[in-house]
Design a protein around this ligand. Structure first.
Ligand code: MN
Length: 216
């Protein structure tokens, strides 16, 4: 069952498709995909994954409502596809969440928060809202951030909020890449992205807040 909603982002019309349980088998994505997740809360293992938003930067955003204890093989296939780059903001958390809920570790990945930390050393504001505002001049609302994402029927404002969280990530990556290139930090960023699946796997396996590189 699919529900469709139209959304305007920066003058561009975006079609939001809401799917229950999994992506339709034939869903095609051109190039890298932006991914974001909504869960019941922030505690890994306690709070279940409720929604996965995914977009290739074109005029469609797909929202997949994750049903309790139900696999989503089509979505999992895209997340695990080694040829398909996944762009996320604070990828580490969503990756652990997806690994826990769907049994796949997303890879390869690009984290806009890590890119921002390495490129924008003049500030400590690396939240999505702040980075989007500075680099793209756009406002993202965080109004629906804390809401019941496990609800069977998501409200129009929840759907609009969830979709808005992925529509800026492609443009953000372009801007951050230019800064990383300029500052000579692209190889360092790439090495961090390459390590992310291991970092997220450690989170899932029971070393969440432990710095495994620390002396004590
Ligand atoms: Mn989000």
């Amino acid at each position: 069952m699919t529900r469709k909603l139209s959304l305007t982002v920066e003058g561009k019309n975006v079609a939001v498709h809401v799917h229950r349980g999994d992506l339709p088998a034939a869903t095609a994505f051109a190039g890298p995909v932006a991914v974001d997740c909504e869960a019941m809360g922030l505690a890994l293992g306690r709070d279940r994954l409720c929604l996965v938003q995914i977009s290739d930067g074109g005029d469609a955003v797909h929202l997949v409502q994750i049903l309790k204890d139900t696999p989503a093989p089509n979505l999992a296939g895209v997340l695990a596809d080694p040829r398909k780059l996944k762009i996320l903001h604070f990828a580490r958390f969503d990756m652990a969440l997806l690994r826990h809920a769907l049994g796949v570790m997303p890879a390869p990945v690009y984290c806009t928060k890590i890119a921002s930390r390495l490129a924008r050393t003049y500030t400590d504001r690396h939240g999505l809202k702040d980075v989007v505002k500075e680099l793209l001049g756009r406002d993202v609302s965080k109004e629906q951030q804390s809401s019941d994402w496990g609800a069977e029927q998501l409200s129009d404002s929840q759907i609009a909020y969830a979709a808005a969280d992925v529509v800026h990530l492609h443009a953000l990556r372009e801007k951050l890449n230019a800064m990383l290139e300029r500052e000579g930090r692209m190889p360092l960023a790439q090495a961090c992205f390459d390590f992310l699946p291991t970092r997220a796997e450690l989170d899932v396996a029971g070393w969440p807040e432990v710095d495994i590189f620390a002396h004590s």
